[in-house]
Design a protein around this ligand. Structure first.
Ligand SMILES: NC(=O)c1ccc[n+]([C@@H]2O[C@H](COP(=O)([O-])OP(=O)(O)OC[C@H]3O[C@@H](n4cnc5c(N)ncnc54)[C@H](O)[C@@H]3O)[C@@H](O)[C@H]2O)c1
Length: 446
């Protein structure tokens, strides 16, 4: 029997430790983690215990791990948005193939540098565009590839971010402020733009509008305190109440109903988004986190500046038109799509539940497409991307997508952001040429 593939993990946070490394625990015959770099001592120790690593294989930073020489064939880089390029480039230079979290980088230069390094060193660089690896999106792609809708004329794709998720990640949390993370259209929608590129081909030109409309100080009066726990008079009816979300589970009716069957202890909810609050998940620990940490802040009194709604209008090279609507005020988390073709209309929803329906023009038949269950995070995409990366490194499969293909969705996101800010239409050929020029400058530098 062949030995399991050996990987190292850089950043044992929410994504690295839970979304991806859990695959190795479920499939020990295929893959195992042999080292970790993580500055947080609690996270580092927990990962070491779960993956049976001794102290010599636990490092406090990616620099220390790289300096220890090549310890495995592949590296997962799952640090925060602004710490992707340096560790991923260093890992590729050190001989590792890399699975890197999205967004590839928070700057266009960083994205280009990553692709260039992968192509120069011959390393595999796969980006965690996890949705491509889930049964739902593969089925949707297959329907389009088979031409069952005829020629695609127009597409509407909505990324409906739930109001509490918006508050958690993009108002109070890690992706709230562009200077600290990345523009929302890149952070949240590089997946959506990647799916549109995958399904429809390259974009010819685009424009975009959007703003931060709601989560601003001018939405409330001076009587509203800085924290929900400081006697806020509107706390009981506020949808964004931190005690309501993190202590009373107000938005999570289904989670509460299914907690027992999913093995979740509501006294200590060991699942996202609660695991982001604190290491101490008891009610007291969570309350303390709300009283002292970022997640207890009033949503109208944060240092957030990323948009809460943005629309991107695209003309594709095929001649079809597409619109992407992203917003953070949905009653529930889901994506919804409508593809209109010359032979049929497809309507789809990716969420809980997911569904795809095709309305055939000629026969009037309405076809409910049967969908395979995609268990786990992102409809099965989190483990799906790990499975593909592992198989590729074991020589058993081809990568489902390349770093160069991933670059395209990032280019679209940067172009959309430039279009929104500068109030203009961006011609993608010109934008790509600028990226190419950047690549040459990067290539010229040592
Ligand atoms: N693919 C997806 O759908 C998806 C979903 C959510 C988040 N993400 C992306 O995943 C990335 C990680 O997000 P997260 O929520 O896991 O963040 P996180 O903060 O929970 O994890 C990042 C970890 O990196 C560690 N770290 C910091 N400096 C380090 C260093 N010098 N060396 C090694 N490790 C270091 C941190 O201590 C932390 O534990 C982000 O870029 C985010 O945008 C992707």
């Amino acid at each position: 029997m062949t030995q399991p593939l050996e990987l190292v993990l850089i950043g044992a946070g929410q994504r690295g430790a839970y979304a991806y490394a859990s695959y190795a625990l479920a499939h020990p015959e295929e893959v195992r983690f042999v080292a970790v770099a993580e500055p947080d001592p609690i996270r580092r120790r927990r990962f070491a215990e779960e993956h049976d690593l001794d102290d010599s294989r636990c490092f406090a930073s990616w620099e220390e791990l790289i300096a220890a020489g090549q310890l495995g064939q592949g590296a997962l880089v799952t640090t925060q948005d602004q710490l992707h390029v340096e560790p991923a480039v260093a890992a590729m230079e050190a001989g590792y193939h890399v699975l890197l979290e999205k967004p590839m980088a928070h700057t266009l230069e960083g994205c280009v540098r990553l692709v260039q390094t992968a192509e120069r060193t011959g390393r595999i660089l796969q980006i965690c565009h996890v949705l491509r690896y889930s049964p739902f999106w593969r089925k949707l792609h297959q329907i389009l590839e088979e031409g069952r809708l005829g020629e695609i004329i127009t597409v509407e794709h909505r990324e409906n971010v739930a109001y509490w998720h918006m508050a958690h990640s993009f108002v109070r949390g890690n992706w709230r402020n562009e200077a600290l993370s990345s523009p929302m259209i890149l952070a949240k929608c590089c997946h959506d733009l990647d799916l549109l590129f995958w399904n429809l081909g390259r974009c010819k030109r685009l424009s975009s509008v959007g703003s931060l409309l709601h989560f601003r100080a001018d939405q409330v009066g001076p009587e509203i305190p800085n924290r929900c726990t400081d006697g806020c008079p509107i706390e009981p009816e506020c949808p964004f109440s931190a005690p309501g979300i993190y202590l009373e589970y107000r938005p999570f009716r289904r989670l509460v109903e299914r907690a027992a069957e999913r093995g979740i202890d509501l006294e200590r909810p060991n699942v996202w988004p609660f695991t982001v609050l604190s290491h101490d998940l008891s009610r007291e620990g969570r309350l303390r986190a709300l009283q002292t940490g970022p997640y207890g802040r009033c949503v109208y009194r944060c240092d957030n500046d990323v948009v809460d709604h943005q629309v991107v209008t695209m003309e594709l090279e095929s001649g079809a038109s597409a619109v992407l609507v992203m917003h953070g005020h949905s009653h529930e988390e889901h994506r919804s799509m409508r593809y209109d073709g010359t032979r049929a209309t497809l309507r789809a929803r990716f969420g809980d539940p997911s569904e795809i329906t095709i309305h055939h023009h000629a026969s009037g038949r309405v076809e409910e497409v049967s969908l395979e269950e995609g268990g786990g995070g992102h409809g099965g995409g989190d483990h799906g991307v790990m499975a593909n990366f592992v198989q590729v490194l074991r020589g058993q499969a081809e990568p489902l997508t390349s770093a160069r293909a991933s670059l395209e969705s990032h280019l679209m996101a940067f172009a959309a952001e430039a279009a929104r800010r500068q109030n203009r239409i961006i011609e993608m050929d010109e934008f790509r040429a600028q990226a190419e020029a950047l690549a040459q400058q990067e290539g010229a530098s040592p």
